[in-house]
Design a protein around this ligand. Structure first.
Ligand code: FES
Length: 122
């Protein structure tokens, strides 16, 4: 039995979000795939999940169709596809995916022996 949040899937497909590649479950919507990528933020976004709020707008192209026009769609409606390249995100999605797309640098560690991390800027 799989995770009830996701539609049944047998494999992960690769999508690119703002140039960064992610494996996500096939047969699921883009918004659900974003939840797979960032399970601790997407559920707290202001998303309606039913095509009403328009806060999940994305623009994508397909890897195998370099001359294909970019398509603006709702992430809660469109299913992910292998090779999908998402080039634009709504502000709400950008905010909620920030940690996986642009992870913040690690914090300086505290060295118990020395008491102070020598790399910590003063
Ligand atoms: S989540 Fe509201 S329109 Fe997609």
């Amino acid at each position: 039995m799989g995770n009830p949040l996701f539609r049944e899937f047998e494999r992960l497909v690769k999508i690119t979000v703002l140039g960064k590649e992610f494996p996500v479950p096939e047969k699921n919507t883009c918004l659900r795939a974003f939840q797979y990528m960032s399970p601790n933020t997407i559920p707290y976004g202001r998303f309606c999940w039913n095509q009403e709020c328009q806060l999940c707008r994305v623009t994508y192209t397909m890897a195998g169709q370099p001359d294909g026009p970019p398509r603006a769609v709702l992430a809660c409606k469109v299913l992910v596809a292998d090779g999908m390249q998402i080039t634009e995100l709504s502000d709400e999605l950008r905010y909620n995916l920030m940690e996986v797309i642009c992870p913040s640098p690690p914090r300086p560690s505290y060295d118990e022996e020395e008491g102070i991390d020598p790399d910590f800027p003063r």
